[in-house]
Write a protein that binds this ligand. Sequence first.
Ligand code: SDX
Length: 428
Amino acid sequence: MSEIAKIELEGKSYEFPVFEGTENEKAIDIGNLRAVTGYVTLDTGYKNTGATKSAITFLDGEKGILKYRGYPIEQLAEKASFLEVAYLLIYGDLPNKTQLESFQADITNHTLVHEDVKQFFEAYPAKAHPMGVLSSIICSLSTFYPESLDPNRSPEAKNLTILRLLGKAPTLAAWAYKNAMRHPFIYPKNDYDYCKNFLYMMFALPTADYKVDPVVVDALNKLLILHADHEQNCSTSTVRIVGSSQANLYATIAAGIAALWGPLHGGANQAVIEMLEKIHNDGGDVDKWVLKAKDKDDSFRLMGFGHRVYKNFDPRATIIKKACDDVLEKLKINDPLLEIAKKLEKVALEDDYFKSRNLYPNVDFYSGIIYKALGIPTEMFTVMFALGRLPGWIAQWKEMTENNEPIGRPRQIYTGIVNRDYIPIDQR
Ligand code: SDX
């Protein structure tokens, strides 16, 4: 017998059905609430509101569980390639050998970008933040592929746009870095896999051959998998709502990149390193900075700590913390910021302020230390997050379009001035 939710309003009783998902999550379906009661719900920040039903990613914030299409993140991070996971998220199942080879070949064939795109880069100042460059250039791809302007043109056209985005994003991301360095752009190599190609385009120079370190490739593969999707987070919700207006996929993904940029979201990985460097340069007094993070009158927050959903631990942070030790050991790097991060984590996890608020390290707390060890500059950290999240955004957009979900348009409660008449300017 399925549950029923009852609401008593102004002496009347209303019943609403309860929807239960495959992981026993329960929701009150208020689809007709306003029609039958005249009331809307109010939930600033959507902390208690389910925006959709989705079969892509499941996470349990209390138990620290994260699964993509039913596969535990721990297994995928250990055993899969990033493109296998991208295929899984977008098409629903892990690819067989033939499917993966075809998917890889299709993406490889789309790693080049139209030569005219280079003019866009030349227009940006060297100090342009690569997230601003990436978001605008991804949106500009829609001007090179006018057939993409109708996202529902055909399944084949939709898939071609998906392959173009997955193929071109690493090239554009690497070129955003080269642009900032005022170094010549490096073109992709068709015989390199996704991660190796990106690292090659990032760090190779025309003046010398560049060998990509397999340790770095493995670490990047794991990091991109761990960032690939995360249910209805801020940037994914942005993608779903922008896509619900039937905007083209390039513009929709550009909006997701913009939302991810914020320091409370994907921008936190850059903010974590800047915080650790500040603490290091200040003498490494971790206790002083933990006090600042607890002080309501101090705007300082422990970046990389806390999460809207994970109220126990972020399973990605656990995997990344271990990968941190492995990568730094293999690359023989001794980074004092890692020691500060570990001390910070220890002090915070023993402190009532953080424990009582369920504040634990999140995915961004250690990822910046690995990116730094891989030679990736701080301002590129959130771009790395975007590269990882791209298949998740695409999968969520594809699910929303295939489910023919209506345009997103939340309601509000008006709290402004009720009524007044216009006064001519000379009487104000
Ligand atoms: C990501 O949603 C996702 O899935 C996102 C993500 C993904 O994969 O897409 O996981 C990626 O965005 C990870 C989060 C990265 N952001 C940060 O690391 C920034 C620092 N963290 C916070 O700003 C905060 O924890 C949020 C934004 C992550 C969550 O904010 P909430 O859920 O709105 O919680 P809140 O701000 O209401 O905080 C609750 C309490 C408050 O104190 P009180 O008012 O109860 O006294 O905890 C405090 C906050 O002041 N608090 C912190 C803190 N985070 C929350 N205090 C100090 N340092 C912090 N980091």
